[in-house]
Ligand binder design. Sequence first.
Ligand code: NAD
Length: 435
Amino acid sequence: MARTSRFPGFYNVTVAERRALVGDATGASPSDIERALEGGGLDAETADKFVENVLGTYALPYGVALNVRVNGHDHVVPMVIEEPSVVAAASNAAKMVRAGGGFVAEMDPPRMIAQVEVRALTDTGAAAERVRRHAPELLALADRAVPGLVSRGGGARSIEARVLADDIIAVHVVVDCRDAMGANLANAVAEGVADRVAAIAGGRVGLRILSNLCDQRCVRVTCTVPAGALATDDMAGADVIDGIVAASRFAELDPYRAATHNKGIMNGIDAVTMATGNDWRAVEAGAHAFAARSGRYSPLAVWRRKGEDLEGRLEMPLALGTVGGTLRVHPAARLSLRILGVSDAQGLAAIAAAVGLASNLAAVRALATDGIQRGHMGLHARSVALAAGAPSDRIERIASMIVEARDITLEGAKRALGVLVAESGEGATAVEVEE
Ligand code: NAD
């Protein structure tokens, strides 16, 4: 049965009802979902095996982005994030993209770079050339460091040598990591070949570790959005397209704007990275290094008019795994892969990048129309209502009262709560209202 990611009215139902809907659509039963997410999915005893000096765990909201269609397939996409509005905005933008057929994604093979630095060289050009000539021997040596990976169809693919200074070269072993993120695998390769590399080059071994600038593991996502899907109550779709294209140009011209533009992309990508137990620092490091590759920090996604439609394009390195690392032990991370319906690393990267492009579209569309605050503050109002002590059945009502009053503050929420309490005749004993 083809999966769906369309659940109209999903935000209006209870958490238990959402679990049932997602369970039905993905084959993860509500009890599986409850068990995997109970207490944030991790108890202190298990956490103690992850890192050092553990006192406990720290939970974050786990939501799902809807309407996401990538390469013709629907995916319900788990997102772990503390920032209000990101999940809603990604779902909303994915719905607009869906109107144009969904996202189209293309991935490089899952190739990571293992670096060996060689120091104390006298002729770096000749040293680099010698290393290149010994590529077949070095590739075989690299494969011997990761036999498990080789047996799964991965392994060393190419050798590169780059001159960095008069006395230093960097030798890269490009490793196909299959479904792993690959940091430990690449490190094993770097350590496995380092002595021989230095001997061939005629220098001394320096550092041996992966590079997080995994620019041979890029994902490219495009989408075409019809003007009609972008229109707002006050703006025609064609004008929204003009605004979004202008917003893209601003980011292309200005690193200060590009940083915030890319932050919006990473809202989506980091949230999927975290939900799937992947290393978001590695993803962030790769993304920003790639954004600066021309010498000037640039946007990872750009937007152009294409006939009557809007076209978005994202390109960035994305090292995500579906095996190894935290995935082995975190039940919520394993649940996320089940909900997503992906088992391979490239499929996961395609979906995460699509959610990144959706997050970017939501932000640039809001900026080009109402400004970012309207939608953002509407959702922020719910957490303000919660902080003001509103009971769960009154949060939505109080949030809309403070949005209408343009007073999204703790005091405003407490006043609104006081009004509701007075109207219901519960008296001040039911809820403490401070003025
Ligand atoms: P890993 O060490 O768990 O290695 C993956 C394992 O899975 C290997 O033993 C491999 O043989 C096995 N495997 C099983 N099925 C596979 C398949 N289909 N494809 C590929 N391998 C398969 O994990 P890793 O991915 O090498 O490293 C990821 C971890 O390294 C993350 O936890 C990350 O935080 C951490 N790390 C990151 C950095 C960095 O980014 N700078 C540095 C060090 C460590």
